[in-house]
Design a protein around this ligand. Structure first.
Ligand code: NI
Length: 182
């Protein structure tokens, strides 16, 4: 395998972020392993990142990588979720209940928005070794998966927002909005 590359990030407005990404026919293929290695290198280059979806690096395929630290989960996880690769993920919603929380996205640098997401989901996906994994997720974990999977359907988080007065530059949001509520 050639050494991985750090990939360029597509930003809001680029048509690749509006497309439905293609199903991966063979999760074990060498092509897919290359894409994953490049996505991992890209994540590493940014330092800490909750997630990255392939369309964000100009690859219109149904591949997502995410990880969540205990701290980032705002106390809803008892342990870190290590970097997890999801191929062809499918989400089922287990309850109508939604929660509101702030989200950012590499494709909207410097911005933050308060987004409603389902609190309790069930996810099914394939791994790069061809296994099929299913599990439930709640709260921040469920939020992260919904955010990343939306990228595969050409949806960015502002399209999920209900109150656009809660869309702001991250610095201002931290200063005037978020901080005052916690
Ligand atoms: Ni994103």
């Amino acid at each position: 395998m050639t050494s991985p590359h750090i990939l360029k990030i597509a930003r809001m407005g680029h048509p690749i972020l509006r497309q439905r990404a293609e199903e991966v026919s063979n999760p074990c293929s060498e092509d897919v392993q290359h894409i994953i290695a490049d996505m991992r290198a890209t994540i590493e280059d940014f330092g800490s990142l909750t997630g990255l979806a392939a369309p964000q690096v100009f690859i219109s395929k149904r591949i997502v990588i995410y990880s969540i630290s205990k701290e980032r989960s705002r106390g809803t996880l008892t342990q870190d979720i290590p970097a997890t690769v999801m191929i062809n993920p499918i989400i089922d919603i287990l309850s109508d209940e939604k929660t509101l929380d702030w989200e950012g996205c590499l494709s909207l640098p410097g911005l933050w928005g308060e987004v409603p997401r389902y609190k309790h989901i069930y996810v099914r996906y394939q791994t790069p070794t061809g296994e099929t994994i299913t599990h439930e997720a709640t709260d921040f974990h469920a939020r992260a998966i919904q955010h990343e999977c939306d990228h595969l359907d050409g949806i960015l988080y502002p399209q999920r927002m209900v109150d656009m007065s809660r869309f702001a530059f991250q610095e201002e949001a931290l200063r005037y909005l978020w901080k005052h509520e916690t």
